[in-house]
Design a protein around this ligand. Structure first.
Ligand SMILES: C[S@@+](CC[C@H](N)C(=O)[O-])C[C@H]1O[C@@H](n2cnc3c(N)ncnc32)[C@H](O)[C@@H]1O
Length: 290
């Protein structure tokens, strides 16, 4: 069930007139040691990003099932990438970021987990110069596109995704999108801010203010990809988006893997998972975990 506080916040946004404009991130890449540390810590154990990762990994697995080569744009400190690699051991991942600090962390996490199916590269997601046309079966990304400075860069990134994808290649792009009013951002941050370091709360606020509007994501999908790409946003209030190829069925064991991660979440994070899953479900995207 969706929480009452979330319901109140999204209804308020739904009935409001839009007055937020996008403000690009003050730091386009995450390279300061303190910010890297805070982000990395939030993505592990019962950190506030953990339930989001479960939601993302379970959907990504359904999109990339059967693929051989997958590119991850803006992999950050590699916590999510590690989960993709563990959940999909037969797939070969290439992951890029512009922050060497973040890539250093990612390398550590991959080693700690004895992961062999990931190649890390310093690369700009708007200029994938290391990769020839039609290299990948799928391109995925999480919480990275809002780091781009402007609409032209996002457009360049979409064109690069299209270029490096094989014909009928698959996508899973997940990010924030810009809500109508500042109160929505305040509410979303308030759910986790009290037990998080100040630097993480500042980064999260900057990220949400830097999100692109959902309408722009939809336009770029229409202009660059075939008709079968599904576009989703959270119900009543667009504050997250998922742009994806159709899902494929997972094996029973693969599904069990994600259920067991859900069982390991604490009550607060299960509620965050349920809220996000329900808000996407209202708009037609089903969750693997009920
Ligand atoms: C918030 S992190 C997300 C990390 C990871 N995908 C996740 O979901 O946890 C966004 C990452 O995008 C990277 N980034 C920003 N601009 C980039 C660009 N133009 N090309 C590649 N990476 C970029 C940042 O350095 C940062 O590590």
């Amino acid at each position: 069930m969706i929480s009452i506080s979330m319901l109140k916040a999204i209804v308020k946004d739904y009935t409001a007139s839009p007055h937020l404009s996008r403000v690009p991130e003050p730091q386009l890449i995450i390279d300061e040691a303190e910010n890297v540390e805070a982000f990395d810590a939030a993505c592990t154990g019962n950190g506030p990003i953990t339930p989001i990762y479960l939601f993302v990994t379970s959907h990504v697995a359904q999109v990339i099932s059967g693929c051989e080569k997958v590119l991850d744009l803006g992999c950050g400190s590699g916590r999510l990438l590690t989960q993709h690699a563990l959940a999909n051991p037969r797939i070969s991942f290439t992951a890029i970021d512009l922050s060497t600090e973040m890539l250093g962390r990612a390398d550590e996490h991959l080693r700690e987990n004895h992961i062999q199916n990931v190649d890390l590269r310093v690369q700009d997601m708007t200029n994938l110069k290391d990769f020839a046309n039609q290299t990948f079966d799928a391109v995925i990304s999480s919480l990275a596109l809002h780091h781009l400075p402007d609409e032209r860069s996002l457009e360049a990134c979409f064109k690069e995704i299209r270029r490096v994808l094989k014909p009928n290649g698959r996508i899973f792009l997940y990010d924030y999108c810009l809500p109508k009013i500042p109160g929505t951002i305040d509410y979303l941050l308030s759910r986790t801010s009290s037990d998080q370091p100040k630097v993480l709360n500042e980064d999260a606020l900057n990220s949400m203010k830097a999100a692109f509007p959902y309408a722009y994501f939809k336009q770029l999908i229409r202009e660059n990809f075939p008709d079968n790409i599904e576009t989703y946003t959270t119900a009543l209030c667009s504050f997250m988006t998922i742009l994806k190829s159709p899902s494929r069925k997972l094996s029973r064991d693969h599904e069990k893997h994600f259920h067991s991660i859900y069982q390991s979440l604490n009550a607060k994070n299960r509620q965050i998972y349920q809220d996000v899953a329900q808000l996407f479900k209202f708009n037609g995207l089903k969750s693997l975990i009920k």
